[in-house]
Write a protein of this length. Structure first.
Lengths: 416, 336
């Protein structure tokens, strides 16, 4: 009897929710690299996304946001497949995607085939995505890889006194962009980049790469992320490596700094630059760190949010705030939303962010140094904060255009 | 050997010259011209040693795979899952007890038990139905992958190398002579050498067990003709279970090795399944020496490729597989 009446109540509530209390939903598709080399990055990105929902809520006026998550593996085709599935099967209206550089370029191109929808970049940072032939419905609230390296080259040259460096990086667009930013500034200051080594994404055995590292340089720059970075450090330790290191934005990041084992200790003292610094004292950042820590039990998160969590937080925040400005109005091919997104300025945890004409973020960058907190946990400590970093890195756009697009060999090591 | 030279004098000559060149490359001090053309000797020696030690790891995974195939004609596509599972077990044991050696023993036993359960509960029920078994193993590998993702998450795990194995050793191989006349010897990570030595020992032990013991004789007979062997009164099912357990256990050990000098994470299972497939296709399905040869070839190709043609390194392995399939489809050391 009880069972029967319970069933009846459940059934009627189901029917009611379908009719009388119909609350309009806004469907948003989210992608993250929950497979492959960048799994850990994707997971922490989703934590940042969740933190944003906890802080801001899912209500847009009388509508409610509904999120559908799809997994990718950092390859462009996996990202396009995931986005296509979200649009065609799940009928999402807005995309929060993708995480990784090559994915970003592919999704941006795909966005052009759906001009009626809105794409908010989640965390990807290849320069080409918004610099070359940008899609009018693709918005990026995080800086690109080159912007994230601003300050590092000068700091290495002037303060650390490095004159000759070599780089090792994963062979894809985001790391090209990072090395681009580093080389421009380091060589502009007078330094030399003698050797650029590229390894395929997902390399497991770095022994030969480590053997090929030149020993006549002052420091070695590592542009690796996720499992690749952990593998590299582990084998670097086994090979007894002792060079000074410099790190890219996903190398000196909680995804690596809180990995298990002792190999990460090679990073203590490493200088890096990124869109965030773990120990920044800004109240907005500290509030975000607290919200992140409170959202998840200690064993299910990092001690402090990674760059990916921060990016996902920022992009989710921008989307929700813009949706609230237009009261969830998605009529007329989401024209109002797109307009609001292009104009909005957000107070992201890692500084103020606004968009340029290509809908690319102008934001704050941080030069950092890795420190041990005394209890064995590693954090990136702020050395320098650089506000208002734009995509042309302060260069005149015409000069910047002449440098060429980031690739294995571009830019040349010279003063532009 | 002598017969091979008599039958293929041209090939024998090429092989002898290749070996001589290789020995010269390894032991001689390179003239400056050669260093200018193909890079420093240190790099070459490192790549060769890395290739051989990586081959050791591939051999551990692939030998179990090829053993199971040889006897039961069962292409166990869940072999990669066994590898990853062994790695996770090894990680858990080594962080819990702090003993690296113990983690190998426990991983071997635990994964061998999984192998026994698989054989008894799954494969025995569909004996002789190759296609069905293969499909079931694909399904199982997906289920295992999700279960492990559920338990261990997407994190990277690394089995902690014991402190006495961390760091490089000096090998008696000259890489260069400094201008002061002081010789420079090669530095190489100790842990890789130890792991390689262990895989050689395991390989020789397996060869001896297969060729010099009664059980080995039964297994070899089973490879040739299962039905006749069963008709002679051998308890063939017991042999199957034993072989499956051994093959699975080896994958488990390989997991700990892989977790020590690389890392463990979701996706590693398919990577090692693919690697062992390539290795046994090159070496010859069902042949232990074939697995050893295939493993060293693939390991060398990967490492030399990553040094000398980094952009196309990934392709080299598959090119080798294509060439072998085209010229000698049964594999280099297959008997038929």
């Amino acid at each position: 009897m009880l069972k029967g009446s319970l069933g009846l109540i459940a059934l009627s509530s189901l029917l009611l929710s379908g009719t009388a209390f119909a609350q309009e939903k806004i469907k948003v598709g989210v992608t993250a690299t929950l497979e492959g080399t960048y799994t850990v990055l994707g997971e922490d990105g989703m934590r940042g996304h969740q933190t944003a929902l906890n802080v801001l809520g899912k209500k847009i006026g009388d509508k409610e946001l509904e999120f559908v998550v799809a997994s990718t593996d950092a390859t462009p085709d996996s990202a396009v497949r995931a986005v296509r599935k979200l649009i065609e099967q799940d009928k999402v209206q807005i995309l929060l995607s993708p995480l990784s550089g090559d994915e970003g370029i592919a999704v941006k191109n795909f966005a052009k085939t759906h001009p009626e929808l809105t794409f908010v970049n989640a965390a990807s940072g290849a320069q080409e995505t918004t610099y070359v032939d940008p899609a009018p419905n693709f918005f990026r609230y995080n800086m690109d890889g080159a912007q994230w390296q601003v300050g590092l080259g000068k700091y290495a040259y002037e303060t650390k006194g490095y004159r000759k460096i070599a780089t090792v990086g994963e062979d894809y667009s985001f790391i090209y962009t990072q090395v681009f930013g580093l080389v421009l500034e380091f060589c502009g200051a007078g330094g030399q980049v003698t050797n650029r080594q590229w390894v395929p994404l997902g390399t497991k055995d770095f022994a030969s790469v480590i053997a090929a590292l030149p020993d006549d340089v002052d420091a070695i720059y590592l542009g690796l992320g996720g499992a690749d970075a952990v593998n590299f450090l582990n084998q670097y330790q086994q090979a007894g490596g002792k060079a000074h290191l410099m790190g890219g934005s996903i190398m000196i990041d909680q995804t690596i700094l809180s990995s298990k084992g002792s190999a990460k200790n090679a990073l203590i003292g490493t200088i890096a630059a990124s869109g965030q610094a773990d120990t920044w004292e800004d109240p907005g950042w500290q509030k975000f760190v607290k919200a992140y820590q409170d959202s998840f039990p200690e064993s299910k998160r990092f001690p402090s949010p990674s760059l990916l969590a921060t990016n996902y937080y920022g992009s989710t925040m921008a989307l929700i705030l813009a949706l609230r400005q237009v009261n969830g109005d998605l009529s007329n091919n989401q024209a109002k939303l797109k307009d609001a997104l292009a104009k909005i300025e957000i107070d992201a945890p890692n500084g103020k962010i606004k968009l340029d004409a290509n809908r690319q973020a102008i934001g704050t960058n941080f030069v950092t140094e890795v420190v041990d907190d005394g209890k064995g946990a590693l954090f990136s400590k702020v050395v320098k904060v650089i506000p208002n970093v734009n995509q042309t890195l302060g260069y005149d756009p015409a000069v910047f255009a002449k440098i060429g697009l980031p690739s294995r060999t571009v830019p040349e090591c010279k003063k532009y | 050997m002598a017969r091979f030279i008599e039958r293929h004098p041209a090939w024998a000559l090429i092989v002898i010259i290749a070996v001589a060149v290789l020995l010269w490359l390894v032991f001689a001090i390179w003239p400056p011209g050669l260093e200018a053309a193909i890079g420093r000797k240190r790099l070459f020696l490192n790549a060769v040693l890395n290739g051989i030690t990586l081959g050791g790891l591939y051999f551990l995974v692939a030998s179990g795979f090829t053993l199971i195939f040889g006897l039961m004609r069962n292409v166990n596509l869940a072999h990669g899952s066994l590898y990853l599972f062994g790695g996770y077990i090894g990680y858990a044991i080594s962080t819990w007890t702090g003993s690296w050696i113990l983690s190998f023993i426990v991983a071997f036993i635990a994964v061998a038990l999984v192998g026994v359960i698989l054989q008894l509960a799954v494969f025995r029920r569909m004996e002789g139905q190759d296609l069905r078994q293969t499909m079931v193993t694909i399904g199982l590998s997906i289920v295992f992958a999700d279960l492990m993702l559920w338990v261990f998450g997407g994190d990277f795990y690394q089995v902690q190398t014991p402190s006495w194995l961390i760091g490089p050793v000096q090998l008696p191989l000259l890489t260069a002579i400094k201008s002061s006349g002081e010789p420079v010897y090669l530095q190489y990570p100790l842990v890789r050498l130890v792991i390689f030595a262990a895989s050689v020992v395991i390989g020789i032990a397996m060869w001896l067990a297969l060729n010099r013991t009664r059980i080995g004789m039964i297994v070899r007979a089973g490879v040739d003709d299962r039905d006749i062997l069963a008709a002679t009164g051998v308890r063939i099912q017991l042999v199957f279970v034993l072989v499956f357990a051994l093959g699975a256990g080896l994958a488990g050990i390989a997991g700990v090795v892989g977790g020590t000098f690389q890392s463990l994470s979701p996706g590693e299972d398919t990577r090692f399944l693919l690697a062992s497939l390539v290795v046994v296709i090159v070496g010859g399905m069902g042949s232990i020496p074939g697995a050893a040869l295939g493993a060293v070839i693939i390991g060398l190709a990967e490492q030399l490729g990553s040094v000398y043609i980094p952009t196309y390194a990934i392709v080299v392995t598959f090119l080798i597989m294509v060439v072998v399939l085209a010229l000698r489809p049964q594999g280099l050391l297959a008997r038929r």
